[in-house]
Design a protein around this ligand. Structure first.
Ligand code: SAH
Ligand code: SF4
Ligand code: F3S
Length: 435
């Protein structure tokens, strides 16, 4: 019987996709997926360290795996992902959890097969600061008709609260021809939705020779490919999104009218401390630009409460920007102190009780906004891509990023259909197939 593997993934889409690459490498070594972690021969923890809670969960899981390994001593445990690349963490993990077989940094993912073959009893650490792009990693895709495609890696922005630039390195764009050939292949293979990934997709191409490429031109080239498919992308940094991006979306029926553009805060003072490089007025001007070019645009964003020194006035500016933007979906976060980032040593850390009160207020406000927007969709007809079959119902996504539930059978998965929205229940949309 062949050996089995289980990957446990924390963090963002970037990591979810990276786990597909880890699976691809393990499968090309002859391993097959295990039902449960406890019985797997190889366990990979693909970690995140953006907030403390993510790290705590990884440590908790390592405690459980230690016991599993006591019962199954030949089990191999690999820890990779962002947490391992943070300063000093690999050494600390090695000391605290000597039962880990290998600790691999974000720039060394391709070493997994070599480490598996040259398995050592002592914890091996493979971390490097050297940053590149590895085009040759096989991918075992796991997200149905959606396929993730990296267009770039890393981040140059150094927002003062964020660990990502330290653990993922500087921005590296993939060559356009490689992205196009991947997307072509995926469409040929039957994938219907391609999601382009980057921490800041709008700076795509800035690091390529002679800056000959940019994000709007990539979008245009991808939407010119043959076939019926939909392209999405994330994340858009407000300082870099271009009018040409909105134009490219407006001109193509293959580009989703959905933009994830985090504001983080509505207070100019806090935005400055966060090193976000825009003001709330500039943010709202970009939102207005998107709404005027794309009248049916779906918006989502990230907002953080409790950044150091945030006052009630700053927070009320945040409520204002959220009200003015009208997000369909908002991801809300309590600021978490990340050691190694400038904000972690700032004076004026906000008490947790204030953070919790603010996040509750923010969530309530967003619920009302989301519900009002959802209510407005009732009666409208949208092109919907059917993505999932769950509890006897089809779940699909409109061309402006809204989730819809409707009656239908499994055969609809991967099909584009027209759906009339018939009901909004607490921000959840229900509809009927009008074909
Ligand atoms: N590149 C994306 C974000 C990646 S991290 C962007 O620029 O928008 C995803 C989200 O995690 C961020 O948008 C931010 O809201 C949140 N985040 C990052 N660091 C955090 C911290 N220290 N505490 C709380 N939330 C944080
Ligand atoms: Fe982090 Fe800012 Fe880069 Fe996003 S843009 S990954 S929040 S540093
Ligand atoms: Fe993503 Fe977490 Fe790394 S949010 S980039 S997995 S630190």
């Amino acid at each position: 019987m062949s050996s089995t593997y289980k990957i446990i993934t924390y963090g963002c889409q970037m990591n979810v996709h990276e786990s597909e690459k880890i699976a691809g490498m393990l499968e090309s070594e002859g391993l097959t997926p295990a039902e449960e972690a406890e019985i797997a021969d190889v366990i990979v923890l693909n970690t995140c360290c953006v907030r403390e809670s993510a790290e705590t969960r990884v440590l908790g899981n390592l405690g459980i795996l230690k016991k599993a390994k006591e019962r199954k001593p030949d089990m191999k445990i690999i820890v990779c992902g962002c947490m391992t690349q943070a300063e000093g963490v690999a050494e600390k993990l090695k000391k605290r959890c000597p039962f880990i077989n290998a600790i691999i940094g974000t720039h060394n993912l391709n070493k997994i097969p070599v480490l598996l073959r040259a398995y050592d009893k002592k914890t091996q650490i493979e971390i490097t600061e050297e940053q590149g792009i590895n085009e040759k990693i096989p991918i075992a895709r796991t997200s149905g008709i959606n396929a993730w495609v990296n267009i770039m890696y890393g981040c140059n922005n150094f927002c003062s609260y964020c660990i990502v630039p330290y653990v993922r390195g500087r921005e590296r764009s993939r060559e356009k021809k490689n992205i196009i050939s991947d997307v072509k292949q995926l469409i040929n293979d039957g994938y219907k939705q391609i999601t382009l990934l980057g921490q800041n997709v709008n700076s795509y191409g800035n690091d390529l020779n002679g800056k000959t490429e940019n994000f709007p031109s990539l979008l245009r080239d991808l939407s010119a490919l043959d076939g019926k498919f939909r392209i999405k992308f994330m994340t858009s940094h407000p300082k870099d999104i271009l009018i040409e991006t909105a134009d490219a979306i407006a001109e193509s029926d293959k580009l989703s009218r959905f933009v994830h553009m985090p504001a983080q805060s509505g207070s100019d003072r806090i935005l400055r401390l966060m090193n976000r490089k825009y003001t709330s007025a500039e943010y709202l001007a970009k939102i207005d630009m998107l709404k005027s070019k794309l009248p049916d645009v779906g918006l989502s964003g990230d907002i953080m409460v409790g950044f150091p020194t945030e006052t009630e006035d700053d927070f009320s500016d945040t409520l204002k920007i959220v009200t003015a933007t009208e997000y369909n979906n908002l991801y809300t976060f309590i600021y978490s102190r990340r050691s190694g980032t400038p904000a972690a040593v700032m004076e004026g850390q906000v008490p947790i009780s204030d953070k919790k009160r603010r996040i509750r207020e923010l969530i309530d406000l967003q619920f009302a906004i989301g519900n009002r927007l959802a209510e407005k969709c009732v009666g409208n007809t949208y092109e919907v891509l059917c993505t999932e079959y769950k509890n006897g119902k089809i779940i699909g996504e409109t061309n402006c990023g809204k989730a819809v539930t409707l009656a239908g059978n499994k055969e609809l998965i991967g099909k584009f259909i027209n759906v009339r929205i018939t009901e909004n229940k607490n921000s959840k949309l229900y509809g009927v197939n009008t074909l």
